[in-house]
Design a protein around this ligand. Structure first.
Ligand SMILES: *[C@@H]1O[C@H](CO)[C@@H](O)[C@H](O)[C@H]1NC(C)=O
Ligand SMILES: *[C@@H]1O[C@H](CO)[C@@H](O)[C@H](O)[C@H]1NC(C)=O
Ligand SMILES: *[C@@H]1O[C@H](CO)[C@@H](O)[C@H](O)[C@H]1NC(C)=O
Ligand SMILES: *[C@@H]1O[C@H](CO)[C@@H](O)[C@H](O)[C@H]1NC(C)=O
Ligand SMILES: *[C@@H]1O[C@H](CO)[C@@H](O)[C@H](O)[C@H]1NC(C)=O
Ligand SMILES: *[C@@H]1O[C@H](CO)[C@@H](O)[C@H](O)[C@H]1NC(C)=O
Ligand SMILES: *[C@@H]1O[C@H](CO)[C@@H](O)[C@H](O)[C@H]1NC(C)=O
Length: 360
């Protein structure tokens, strides 16, 4: 009698119990408050997990818990958010820690990422992909799965909240969201292949003044095992940012704006995210990227609002581009020629302008 009472009482109370950092049986941890975090001490999963519900007022319109299983062997997030679907609610994530960061942008030798994940509206985990997609539509899921890194021209600032530059790699997204700069970018030009997938680059500025670069996979991925450093290298080699910036934070997570029903994002055991610097003991020759020529077509859609990840204070500085051109390793000579030509032409224009100024 007593046991039966305890059972149903707990079942009823569990959903409304004050969300505390719960440690069930020692190995599993559940994070439900906005900024609950947990550092795994396991050598094979050296990550800091954070529930990271950073959207202002997000918890007034929903809830989210991140569960870390067996010291980080796997993890999953369950959430439901209504309210304004244009606002980012959260970026539940794992952060590489200890991290070998900060590191100078041009000294990143490899960015190894191996993971298998699944995203489903609760109750459809065993349904067909079509039924799962229908469930995303019906409950209006707006989210992605992405790597997120932050940069600054100051080493210490790059490791803190709100660095002026953010680079994301989107592996999965509902068609209801697009990245910042979606309409101003030239993704067909800036396309690089990694793990057999084309990634296209977008960039724009967010409300906090952060310059945000987003690499989007051409189609959804739910697993990968590759070195993604070519996507980072492309950005400084093409002169879009200086290679002398500091990269101070490396994360993988799920950026969520809306989910009408309980939705789950789950990272399966065996994942790995880590960065190798030039000269590290595990350093190896750099991967070269296949830079595509202008072939990709852009999937046009209605104009959902852009999204970004960081809880940040207004950021003032944006590092100027150093305009370094590609050294060895870039695969496409056509691309290289075009970039050189563009640099020469803009140099000539600047020269003419300076002459005209002196004359006038
Ligand atoms: C931790 O979670 C895993 C996966 O759900 C489960 O198999 C295991 O029994 C849990 N461990 C404890 C101590 O509750
Ligand atoms: C969130 O938690 C982390 C680690 O516990 C702490 O360093 C950080 O200041 C917290 N942030 C906020 C906004 O409370
Ligand atoms: C995890 O480790 C980092 C770095 O030492 C620290 O800043 C953070 O507060 C730790 N988080 C927790 C929950 O202990
Ligand atoms: C929460 O919902 C209310 C009512 O729909 C809305 O006014 C508010 O903007 C929402 N907040 C967020 C962060 O979505
Ligand atoms: C870092 O990168 C710069 C520029 O490519 C290079 O000159 C320097 O040798 C690299 N540092 C190390 C430790 O390899
Ligand atoms: C990703 O999958 C969702 C659900 O199946 C689908 O709605 C969406 O169009 C896919 N996105 C891309 C870029 O293929
Ligand atoms: C670091 O960030 C702080 C706060 O945003 C800013 O005041 C300071 O100027 C930055 N330092 C450098 C060297 O950029």
């Amino acid at each position: 009698m007593k046991a039966a009472f305890g059972g149903w009482c707990l079942a009823l109370l569990a959903p409304i119990w004050p969300p505390v950092l719960a440690q069930d049986g020692g190995n599993n941890v559940t994070l439900c408050q906005a900024n609950d975090s947990f550092n795994s001490t396991s050598a094979s999963t050296p990550y800091e997990f954070n529930n990271n519900v950073w959207g202002e007022g997000a918890l007034d319109n929903g809830s989210q818990c991140l569960s870390v299983f067996d010291e980080g062997a796997s993890w999953s997030v369950t959430y439901q958010f209504t309210g304004n679907p244009e606002l980012v609610k959260s970026f539940p994530r794992m952060k590489v820690h200890p991290s070998r960061l900060p590191v100078l942008f041009w000294n990143i030798s490899a960015l190894d990422f191996k993971a298998d994940w699944s995203i489903y509206v609760q109750g459809t985990e065993n349904s067909s992909p079509e039924e799962q997609a229908q469930a995303y539509d019906e409950t209006y899921v707006r989210q992605n799965a992405a790597i997120d890194v932050f940069l600054s021209d100051d080493a210490w600032n790059s490791t803190q909240v709100g660095p002026p530059i953010e680079i994301m790699i989107w592996f999965w997204r509902t068609p209801t969201i697009v990245p910042l700069g979606y309409f101003e970018s030239t993704p067909a030009v800036d396309t690089v292949e990694v793990d057999g997938m084309d990634f296209s680059l977008y960039h724009g500025w967010n409300a906090q003044g952060q310059h945000v670069f987003s690499w989007l996979s051409e189609s959804n991925m739910t697993s990968t095992d590759a070195d993604y450093s070519p996507l980072l290298r492309y950005i400084w080699q093409k002169g879009l940012l200086s290679g002398a910036l500091w990269l101070g934070q490396l994360e993988f997570g799920f950026e969520v704006m809306h989910a009408g029903e309980q939705t789950v994002s789950q990272v399966k055991p065996g994942y790995n995210l880590h960065l190798i610097r030039d000269g590290d003991s595990d350093d190896r020759p750099k991967s070269t990227a296949i830079v595509q020529s202008a072939t990709s077509t852009r999937a046009a859609s209605t104009a959902p609002s852009p999204t970004v990840t960081s809880p940040s204070e207004p950021a003032a500085t944006t590092s100027s581009s150093a305009g370094r051109l590609a050294p060895a390793g870039m695969a496409s000579n056509r691309w290289f020629d075009a970039t050189c030509l563009a640099a020469l032409l803009s140099g000539a224009v600047l020269f003419l302008i300076s002459i005209l100024h002196i004359d006038s």
